[in-house]
Design a protein around this ligand. Sequence first.
Ligand SMILES: Nc1ncnc2c1ncn2[C@@H]1O[C@H](COP(=O)(O)OP(=O)(O)OP(=O)(O)O)[C@@H](O)[C@H]1O
Length: 271
Amino acid sequence: MKNLVELVNVSLSYGKTLAVSDLNMTVAAGSFAAVVGPSGCGKSSLMKLVTGLMPATSGSVLIDEKEIDGPVNIVGMAFQNPNLLPWRTTLENVLLPLEVVRPERHQFRAKRKEFVERAMDLLRIVGLDSFADHYPWQLSGGMQQRVSLCRSLIHQPRLLMLDEPFGALDAFTREELWDVLQTIWLERKFTAILVTHDLREALYLADKVHVMSNRPGRVVRSVDTTEFARPRDEHTFIDPKFNENVMELRAEIRAQRLPVDIKTTTAETTP
Ligand SMILES: Nc1ncnc2c1ncn2[C@@H]1O[C@H](COP(=O)(O)OP(=O)(O)OP(=O)(O)O)[C@@H](O)[C@H]1O
């Protein structure tokens, strides 16, 4: 399968701080990738690089095999905070990108009926079609995040970037939302890149989990998870191989988090 996203020997500095260095990663078109790593390793920087919001200090970021040189317009984004506009209904929040972003904003009036249908289709998939006329304050945190997902997909992006989208939710709601995201991805088959601190979330949702090193971040390991059949469900969690993967990723990230002198000592004392 062709790669939609490719990072080749990418570094990014913020002034004197080297956030990522020698970062190599590929994401196949239509696949679901997750990125995990210790705090501050450069996961958000990677999102900014892929979306073209920050130019690489060195190396190349390619989309569709072409090097990017500015913000990329095939992307939808969802963050930890759903950021819904309180004076707009669910439906109006989902439609917002089409009202403000080219090329749709020029067609918004003429195509409003079609756009509303598109929004309602998405709301149906996430189970919120009967809440289209509700305002954000009438929705739970999990429902707001579902709306945010629909909004990020309304312009039919080929690439969905998810930066800790479920980080603020309680454990039950979070797991519910994993299934919502999985359903929507299986139906629409866009390419997705999820940044998360939650290893089970990464393994449950992704086809491939990339582990980043301590800052300056680079990918130190990529774990293929396609052996877990889709749609994944509660049985996936009790699959011994799944739990083995969680343990291995946890150990890998713990090792990354150790200060260099401890790592050296451990390496020297390990037979
Ligand atoms: N605008 C900036 N100016 C200076 N340093 C920055 C800037 N943005 C990020 N950094 C530094 O770059 C490194 C990587 O930051 P980034 O936010 O990409 O990491 P992260 O993995 O997303 O962090 P976290 O897991 O805590 O969300 C961090 O050490 C951070 O302090």
